[in-house]
Design a protein around this ligand. Structure first.
Ligand SMILES: Cc1cc2nc3c(=O)[nH]c(=O)nc-3n(C[C@H](O)[C@H](O)[C@H](O)COP(=O)(O)O)c2cc1C
Length: 377
């Protein structure tokens, strides 16, 4: 049976082809992106992920993006201590959904490119061209130590990442029995079949925050995830325009996305109350401090004021843009991100399954009326 053709344009359109793509971020991890003690915090287990993935697919959301985390952060909840491995998670979800794009997140230094290239292709065939790849080069020393792998210095991580991506793309190409003689990666008489589904390749994304990380994304990726500042649409618009221009200078097009944490309730007061309850009054502060310590952020290193600011920032979705309010407010903030040039957002909730139906029922139709979301099929 011949495979259906899938173009890169179709892949980039993701689930709904909407102007503002919306996906779910971090659901493969216990507690998701909310560093909270509240009992309804996200389990991250497979049954909940399966129900969530199918609900997101039925509601026309565009993508599911996991976090590749190998070791929990500790604290009272062992934040993100239980995580589903992202490639097998994505493959399971692709088998059980129809339209949504599902990303796997891969630490390049921990996965041999020949094995990884075949895992991606397998997931891509199971999803008939809906697999996407988030390439990360790593930052968490503790995790690398667990593998017995030393992290390279920062610039060299991305030099290695570039070779790794080149090797994976060569394995996806029609080249047969080729040698790959890089500084870090050496392959002899390499071949890999089948190729990615439908005559194209999986979407690739990266979220490097440093100049070298951003340059890596611009050279290699279809989507670049960046932090969006709160209430500063002009700053965001300039940043998005710069990234797109950098891509054009190397003959490429790139979409810019961000991540956000949604607390949407019928009234602004209810939303604010729930937000305060989860990520202030009942934050897992010992886990927050452990996350910051891994980044070498302590009261001693940055001073009391900055430390307090970063603590509050981390408790709320580990730094995602807070979108808190009634449906009109949340929809208006999402529309403002779109006007600033963003192509999409990966959102999270304290309990994804309990909160997503309300978001879909109330916020998506508002975005449809603004022309930012495709109408349900
Ligand atoms: C949306 C998003 C997803 C990310 N996913 C992961 C991940 O799953 N695992 C990981 O170790 N790092 C992840 N990161 C961290 C980035 O890959 C990157 O290491 C970080 O932004 C620091 O940038 P730099 O490498 O340019 O210094 C993610 C960051 C963002 C914003």
């Amino acid at each position: 049976m011949s495979l259906q053709q899938v173009s890169m344009t179709q892949r980039s359109a993701m689930g709904s082809g909407s102007a503002l793509k919306i996906g779910l971020f971090g659901a493969n991890c216990s507690s998701g992106r909310a560093v909270t003690l509240v009992p309804e915090r996200w389990t991250g287990d497979w049954e909940d992920n399966l129900r969530l993935g199918q609900l997101a697919d039925e509601q026309g959301l565009d993508f599911l993006l996991p976090v590749a985390r190998w070791k929990g952060y500790g604290g009272d909840t062992d934040y993100q201590g239980s995580t589903l491995e992202t490639l097998t998670w994505a493959t399971g979800l692709l088998a059980c959904t129809r339209n949504i794009t599902v990303f796997g997140t891969v630490h390049a230094p921990l996965f041999h490119p020949v094995i990884a290239a075949k895992q991606f292709v397998t997931a891509d065939h199971i999803g008939r061209g809906r697999f996407g790849l988030n390439v990360v080069v790593g930052w968490n020393e503790d995790e690398f130590t667990m593998f017995g792998v030393s992290q390279r210095e920062h610039q060299a991580r991305y030099a290695f990442g570039q070779e790794w991506v080149d090797a994976v793309k060569a394995l996806w190409s029609d080249r047969e029995d080729f040698d790959f003689d890089g500084e870090f990666i050496k392959l002899k008489s390499a071949r890999a079949k089948p190729k990615p589904y439908g005559g194209s390749r999986p979407l690739m994304m990266n979220a490097g925050a440093s100049p070298v990380g951003r340059a890596f994304a611009v050279r290699n990726c279809d989507a670049f995830f960046t932090n969006a500042p709160k209430d500063a649409p002009d700053v965001l618009a300039r940043h998005v325009a710069e990234v797109k221009e950098e891509a054009r200078q190397v003959g490429r097009e790139i979409d810019v996305f961000t991540v956000g944490v949604v607390t949407c309730r019928p009234t602004a007061a209810e939303a604010q109350d729930y937000y305060r309850h989860c990520v202030i009054d009942h934050a897992d502060w010992s886990a927050v401090d452990a996350i910051l310590a891994k980044r070498k952020v302590t009261e001693a290193s940055v001073g009391a004021e900055e430390f307090a600011r970063q603590r509050a920032h981390q408790a709320n979705g580990m730094g995602g843009l807070p979108l808190i309010g009634d449906p009109d407010t949340v929809a208006a903030e999402l529309a403002s991100l779109s006007r600033a040039g963003l192509g999409g957002i990966g959102i999270s909730f304290v309990n994804y399954l309990e909160e997503l139906p309300y978001f879909c029922a109330e916020v998506l139709p508002r975005l449809q009326r603004l022309g930012l979301r495709a109408l349900p099929q």
